[in-house]
Ligand binder design. Structure first.
Ligand SMILES: Nc1ncnc2c1ncn2[C@@H]1O[C@H](COP(=O)(O)OP(=O)(O)OP(=O)(O)O)[C@@H](O)[C@H]1O
Ligand SMILES: [Mg+2]
Length: 327
């Protein structure tokens, strides 16, 4: 049986924001009642348009921000209840790779200092020699020449900087890596190199990935399972093969139809969604997707659909899923 590494239950984050137009603060729910389980060694891909809450979910898992409600279990422990010391241990296990390697590396720190910082903080190496040797080993692992140790981020290309970011994440022997749009800022040719590097490292170190991207092809290439988010909610969650072959939510169908190279069963033409993504400050009633959905019925305007299992391991938050997709 697969081992559960991370279990998120009913996680919600509501921000209170000031607006010039209104005197009272307004609430914006960026992550709304999201539950997912990550199994050890798998890659879980998280997709959805800009602003749907992907990065907020990542920050919640790392406890960079605190949730409004819900639970986060890591190896069975509720990390929201951990002390500072307990959390330090979990932080070592969970590492993040950011979208923009330029912004995520300190320009005043050499590559060697950047990669070796965690080795000291988490007492992984005790002597300077051990630290230098381990840093060289890590740089070699991600395809950066070990003689670059004393160079600075600005002396590297975007792809190389992202490799340094990966080496930094790996330095503390993590179990889980959250990669938030790790290749979006890179050229397509470099993207493939970084994705392959991530795949190789996963195999070598039995890593678990939460891989966030708005690029459906990139997610398909890397993920075992995929979750599709819309306005803070999980709309569909399935095995990658199953989702890409036959999505069971009108939102995912529309997203996939926009990528010409993805061959969804029975796909005819591109589905152009009506209107824009609504504001998360004042989301639609009922199913949040209903104003843009070509299949919406009266009930969709009233009832909030649950994410439910439609086929084996394939979940959809559309109450009409069977009627639309399984006839
Ligand atoms: N600190 C904050 N205070 C107020 N609102 C926030 C805060 N952080 C995020 N939000 C809002 O929460 C929503 C989700 O943002 P988030 O950054 O998680 O989206 P995302 O899916 O990562 O988008 P992108 O693909 O553009 O990175 C957005 O409406 C955003 O404006
Ligand atoms: Mg983001």
């Amino acid at each position: 049986m697969q081992k559960e590494l991370l279990k998120i239950e009913n996680l919600t984050k509501t921000f209170l924001i000031k607006s010039r137009m209104y005197e009272k603060k307004q609430s914006l729910t960026a992550v709304d009642d999201v539950s997912i389980t990550l199994f050890k060694g798998e890659t879980f891909g998280l997709v959805g348009e800009s602003g749907c809450g992907k990065s907020t979910l990542a920050k919640l898992i790392l406890r960079l921000i605190e949730p409004t409600s819900g639970q986060i279990l890591y190896n069975g422990d509720n990390i929201l209840k951990l002390s500072k010391r307990g959390m330090k241990r979990v932080r070592k296990d969970m590492q993040i790779i950011f979208q923009d390697p330029q912004a995520s590396l300190n320009p005043r720190m050499s590559i060697g200092q950047t990669v070796s910082e965690g080795l000291g903080v988490h007492k992984i190496c005790s002597t300077r020699k051990e630290r230098v040797d381990r840093t060289k080993e890590l740089l070699n692992l991600v395809g950066i020449h070990e003689q670059s140790l004393n160079m600075y981020p600005h002396e590297f290309s975007g792809g190389q900087r992202q490799r340094v970011g990966i080496a930094r994440a790996l330095s503390v022997n993590p179990m889980l890596i959250i990669a938030d749009e790790p290749v979006s800022a890179l050229d397509v040719s470099i993207q493939a190199q970084i994705l392959n590097l991530l795949k190789d490292l996963q195999e070598e170190f039995d890593l678990t990935y939460l891989f966030i991207s708005h690029d459906l092809r990139v997610v398909e290439y890397l993920s075992d399972r995929v979750g599709v988010m819309y306005l803070g909610k999980m709309m569909e969650l399935a095995d990658s093969k199953s989702l890409y072959k036959q999505p069971l939510h009108p939102y995912s169908t529309a997203l996939l139809s926009a990528v010409p190279s993805i061959a969804v069963e029975g796909k005819k033409k591109r589905i152009i969604l009506k209107g824009d993504v609504p504001s998360p400050i004042n989301p639609p009633r009922g199913c949040i997707f209903h104003p843009r959905c070509q299949y919406a019925k009266e009930t969709c305007k009233e009832i909030v659909p649950e994410l439910r299992e439609i086929k084996n391991g394939h979940f959809s938050a559309c109450m009409l899923a069977e009627d639309i997709f399984l006839v």
